[in-house]
Design a protein. Structure first.
Length: 476
């Protein structure tokens, strides 16, 4: 018999079950409170830098940027933003802060050879190609580009993007088109990054297929290499993509007035490269009226045709430290080939100064018309090496844009082109904490964008030297 002072509750009685349930809830609540205490937001305060916030407003000397986890919490002048106790303070006095840069036109599977050279056949294997994608992504992030738009790669880019997003490997935010849609034409040049369609129904089907793989946008090629699609086919692509919440952009050759007009008539969201800039004021006004953008690559002309010096200097040290020797050697040979090619076209009558004047005039014309201009380098093309996009930014200033206009093209306006202006492109409260800290003033000389002290993506600070350690990349 149990002691009468002890209350005995049978194990299956309602009272016993109620006691167990109460105890369980108490323990669960204690665990939850403990977990919440451990998950307090990480707060970082960047203090003392001159802020160029990407909105177009004048630079703010001695600014404070408060970051909580992956978002910007507050921005203001020194003394106007309270810094919470326990925050990690980054002393950025004497530095300059920009929003994380955006390249609207990249190819992660390409290293900068284009038609000037090629790698041994083994580098086309998926395992080798994956290494190159990760190397390019690492270089882009170290170069201050926290977001890139890949506008033509094989489906492998979607798989590698998952590895970057998971934090397994460093890299920028990647918005990818995957394969480029091309009109079916027997005997035409075919590339692994092309996807053929034949007719409006098939075009819609291919759009759905790309979106199922993870495409953030759709890119079509309207070039002299194949017959142009019908207006019905192109409108079908645009309609299907828009139904699925995806934008459509087009690659056009120069000159390509017919292709540019077709893109306008079909309702595309934008056009890549410089063909629209040469199509005349009436075309630019049509684009502005339809709120179309141009992903310009005019600064790339500076890299490829106007810059001078030893060919080996065209391959920056970061690329030499990241890429394997076979890639570095191929890039050096490509640099020599590019300079030889430039010398030949000069002999044939190409005038650099006249070309520069045309570039300046066309950019001014596009701005007068009100066309949205985004910064795009075609990174991965001939000697446009990932991580060296600052050279193209400087090139924009040599071809008609001011430093501030160029910065806006690569921040605020690029975010608009991506449809991510609510999250990216400017340093404002609520947006992703993507930014870079520079050692020198980019408004004085945009080459200073290459003088990076630190890069932040999603609230995480990266030291460029640690992103690109000497002798290895961490991907092999």
């Amino acid at each position: 018999m149990p002691d009468r002072s002890t209350v005995f509750i049978p194990m299956r009685s309602p009272a016993y079950l109620l006691c167990v349930a109460t105890l369980f809830c108490w323990v669960l609540n204690a665990i939850t409170v403990s977990a919440r205490a451990d998950e307090r937001p990480q707060t970082i305060a960047i203090e003392g830098a001159t802020l160029i916030d990407g909105t177009g407003s004048p630079a703010v000397p001695c600014a404070v940027i408060l970051i909580e986890n992956d978002r910007i919490r507050a921005v203001g002048k020194c003394g106007s933003v309270p810094v919470p106790k326990g925050a990690h303070v980054v002393d950025a006095a004497g530095k300059f802060v920009l929003p994380g840069l955006i390249d609207c036109h990249c190819h992660l599977e390409d290293v900068g050879l284009g038609d000037l050279g090629e790698l041994p056949e083994e580098w086309a294997r998926p395992d080798k190609l994956r290494e190159l994608i990760l190397d390019d992504a690492r270089l882009d992030l170290a170069g201050g580009f926290t977001t890139i738009r890949d506008v033509g790669s094989t489906p492998l880019v979607f798989e590698v993007r998952k590895e970057i997003d998971s934090g397994k490997f460093p890299g920028p935010r990647v918005l990818a088109a995957g394969q480029q849609l091309v009109k079916k034409s027997p005997g035409a040049y075919m590339h692994p990054s092309f996807l053929e369609y034949d007719g409006a129904d098939d075009a819609r089907k291919q759009v759905r297929y790309l979106v199922s793989l993870g495409a953030d946008l759709i890119k079509v090629r309207l070039t002299s290499m194949r017959p142009l699609p019908s207006l019905e086919e192109l409108r079908a692509i645009v309609d299907e993509a828009h139904k699925l919440g995806r934008r459509v952009t087009a690659h056009t050759d120069v000159p390509a007035n017919e292709a540019v007009q077709l893109a306008i008539d079909a309702g595309l969201d934008g056009i890549e490269h410089n063909a629209p800039l040469l199509a005349g004021e009436a075309v630019l006004q049509q684009m502005a009226a339809k709120h179309m953008y141009i992903g310009t690559g005019i600064g790339v002309i500076y890299i490829q045709r106007f810059s001078s010096g030893d060919p080996a200097s065209m391959v920056d040290n970061p690329a030499r430290r990241v890429f394997p020797p076979v890639v570095v050697s191929a890039l050096e040979k490509a640099a020599i080939a590019l300079q030889q090619q430039t010398a030949e076209i000069k002999k044939e009558g190409w005038d650099a100064e006249k070309a520069r004047a045309r570039g300046i005039s066309s950019m001014q014309q596009a701005r007068r018309a009100g066309v949205l201009l985004g910064f795009g380098t075609d990174c991965g093309a001939e000697l446009v090496i990932h991580g060296q996009q600052y050279k193209a930014m400087y090139g924009e200033t040599q071809l008609g844009s001011s430093p501030m206009e160029t910065i806006l093209m690569a921040t605020r306006d690029a975010a608009k082109i991506l449809g991510r202006e609510k999250e990216l492109g400017t340093i404002e409260s609520g947006k992703f904490a993507d930014m870079l800290i520079l050692d020198a003033d980019p408004l004085a000389d945009l080459r200073n964008v290459g003088r990076i002290h630190a890069v932040m993506k999603g609230g995480k600070l990266y030291n460029p030297d640690e992103l690109i350690p000497t002798g290895k990349t961490g991907t092999r």
